[in-house]
Ligand binder design. Structure first.
Ligand code: GLU
Length: 472
C-alpha cells in the first residue's frame, strides 16, 4: 500500500504553540510524527508556532523542547537546529508571510475587514440565537475600493480575511478518517492576518507546511475542520498541501477530554513524579494506535511498528494504572547508574556506596515511583520503626531467646542475613517463615516488604543489632 504522502521523502512535523506546558495529547502527536518519519527513513521537524505574541512565551518554548528531549523525541531540524527550510520559529518568518499574503492580495483572494471585536461578537450571538452555526457574516467582503481606502485613511484597525469561494466543495482524503467533504458555503471568510499585522494560524500553519516540504501532517482531531480552510489557502497560492491525518482525542475514564480533573496532564508532572520517559512513550504509543506487539518497546521498535492504518478513529482512554504497568517494567530494567540517579534525591546525605547500592537493589523490584521508596528510607536509615500489628504478633511469638541469638549474630556478622538466621536456627530450631518473619518484623516493623538480605546490608550495623536487641 503506498504510504500517505506518496513517493517523496517523508517529512513530518510537530508544530506546538508555546502557550503552556507540553501535555499528554501533544506529546502523543509529537511521538506519532516522529515515528511516522523514522519508520520511513524520513525527516521530523519541530516548528514553534508563536505568531500570537500575546499568548506565546519563550519560556514555554524552551520548556516544550526540554520535555520533548526528556521523552527522547528529537528533531532533525528545529529552532535550535536550523536548515535552509527554516527559520523554525514562526515569529521569525514574518517576511515570508508578508510575501505570500501579498500574492493573495494581488489576486483579490483576501480583503481587509474593519469589523470590531464587539460587532463580530454581536453577529455571532445573533446567528446562534437564530439557530445557525456562527460564521463571519461577510460584512466587509464587498466594500468598495473607495470605502476601504476611506476607512484605512481613518486609521481603523483591520484584519485581512480570506475570501472563501462560494458554492464549492473541498474534498480530501484524511489518512486517519478517510474521505472528507466540506461545503465552502459552510465556511465563513476567515482571518489570515490579525489586526496587529501578524499572520494568523490557518495561514502560517498551512504555508509553512508547504514551504518546509511537509508530506504528512498528523495532528489532533480538533484541527479536522480547519483543514478545508488551509487547503483553500494552499490552492490559491499553488502550493503543495501535505496529506492530513487527524488523531482522535485522548479522554479520561469518563469519556470527557482528558483534563486535570482526571489526571496530571503535563509531561512535566509525570517527569517530576519519577515516571520514566519510556513508560510514558509506551502508553502514548498505544493510545489511539493499535499494535500486536507486547511488552515495553524502545523507540526504534515503535518506529518499525508504527502504521497510520492502525490509528483509531474513536477517542482513546488515558489509563494511569496501565501507565504504572509500563513504569514498573521500565524501573525493573533501569541500569544501575540510572537507578541511582532516580532514587538519589530520597537517600540520606553521606550514605556510603555499599549501603546505597544494597538499598537500591532491595527496593527496585518493589517500587513503581520514587515516592514508594520513601517509607523504606525512614525504615532503613531512621530510628527504630514502630511495629505494625502483624509484625508485633510475629515478634511476640518468637521469644527472648530468639532475639538474643539474633542480636549477638548481628553484632558479629555485620548484618549478614544467612549468618544471623543460621545462629537463630541453631538456638531455636526454627526454620522457614517462623525463622525469618520475626527478624523482618523486628528490623523493619512490617510483616512484608522488599527482600530482607539486601535491606539488612543497607542498614548501619549498630542499628540492626539495636533493633533486634530491643526484644531480647
Ligand atoms: N500550533 C497548532 C497547535 O498546537 C498546530 C496544529 C497542527 O499541528 O497543524 O494546535
Amino acid at each position: 500500500m503506498p504510504s500517505p504522502g506518496g513517493e517523496r521523502q517523508r517529512v513530518t512535523r510537530f508544530a506546538p504553540s508555546p502557550t503552556g506546558e507540553l501535555h499528554l495529547g501533544n506529546a502523543r502527536t509529537a511521538l506519532f510524527n516522529l515515528l511516522l518519519a523514522r519508520g520511513g527513513g524520513g525527516r521530523f521537524l519541530l516548528r514553534i508556532e508563536d505568531t500570537d505574541s500575546e499568548r506565546s512565551l519563550e519560556a514555554h518554548a524552551a520548556a516544550l523542547m526540554a520535555d520533548l528531549r526528556w521523552l527522547g523525541i528529537d528533531w532533525d531540524a528545529g529552532p535550535d537546529r536550523e536548515d535552509e527550510r527554516g527559520p523554525y520559529r514562526q515569529s521569525q518568518r514574518g517576511a515570508l508571510y508578508t510575501q505570500y499574503l501579498a500574492l493573495l492580495e494581488g489576486q483579490g483572494a483576501v480583503y481587509p475587514c474593519f469589523c470590531t471585536p464587539l460587532e463580530l461578537e454581536l453577529s455571532r450571538r445573533a446567528q446562534l440565537t437564530a439557530g445557525r452555526p456562527p460564521r463571519y457574516a461577510g460584512t466587509c467582503r464587498d466594500l468598495s475600493p473607495e470605502e476601504r481606502a476611506r476607512r484605512a485613511a481613518q486609521g481603523l484597525p483591520a484584519t485581512l480575511r480570506f475570501r472563501v469561494p462560494r458554492g464549492e466543495r473541498v474534498v480530501f482524503e484524511d489518512f486517519v478518517h478517510g474521505a472528507q467533504t466540506f461545503l465552502t458555503d459552510d465556511i465563513g471568510d476567515f482571518v489570515v492576518r490579525r489586526a496587529d499585522g501578524s499572520a494568523a494560524f490557518f495561514f502560517s500553519n498551512a504555508v509553512d507546511d508547504a514551504l518546509m516540504g511537509v508530506t504528512q501532517a498528523l495532528r489532533g482531531e480538533d484541527h479536522l475542520a480547519n483543514t478545508p480552510r488551509q487547503l483553500l489557502i494552499l490552492r490559491a497560492l499553488a502550493l503543495a498541501a501535505p496529506a492530513y491525518g487527524h488523531v482522535a482525542l485522548i479522554v479520561g475514564a469518563d469519556g470527557a477530554p482528558l483534563s486535570k480533573r482526571h489526571a496530571a496532564v503535563s509531561v512535566r508532572e509525570y517527569r517530576e513524579r519519577g515516571y520514566q520517559p519510556i513508560a510514558l512513550l509506551n502508553h502514548l504509543f498505544r493510545l489511539g494506535h493499535s499494535t500486536a506487539l507486547h511488552g515495553l518497546l524502545q523507540l526504534s521498535e515503535m518506529a518499525r511498528a508504527f502504521d497510520t492504518a492502525h490509528l483509531g478513529r474513536a477517542p482513546s482512554r488515558f489509563d494511569e494504572p496501565q501507565l504504572r504497568v509500563w513504569q514498573k517494567e521500565a524501573v525493573h530494567r533501569l541500569p544501575a547508574e540510572a537507578a541511582r540517579g532516580w532514587l538519589a534525591p530520597l537517600l540520606p546525605a553521606g550514605l556510603d556506596e555499599r549501603a546505597r547500592d544494597a538499598f537500591i537493589a532491595a527496593l527496585l523490584p518493589n517500587v513503581v515511583l520514587p515516592e514508594d521508596a520513601r517509607p523504606w528510607v525512614d525504615i532503613v536509615f531512621g530510628g527504630p520503626p514502630p511495629l505494625e500489628p502483624a509484625a508485633e504478633e510475629a515478634v511476640r511469638g518468637a521469644g527472648a531467646g530468639y532475639f538474643s541469638a539474633a542480636a549477638a549474630a548481628a553484632a558479629e556478622s555485620g548484618n549478614d542475613l544467612p549468618a544471623i538466621a543460621g545462629a537463630v536456627r541453631a538456638a531455636t530450631g526454627r526454620s522457614g517463615a517462623s525463622l525469618y518473619m520475626p527478624l523482618r518484623a523486628a528490623l523493619t516493623g512490617r510483616a512484608h516488604g522488599p527482600e530482607l538480605a539486601p535491606l539488612l546490608k543497607a542498614m548501619p550495623a549498630g542499628k540492626a543489632r539495636e533493633r533486634l536487641a530491643r526484644f531480647a
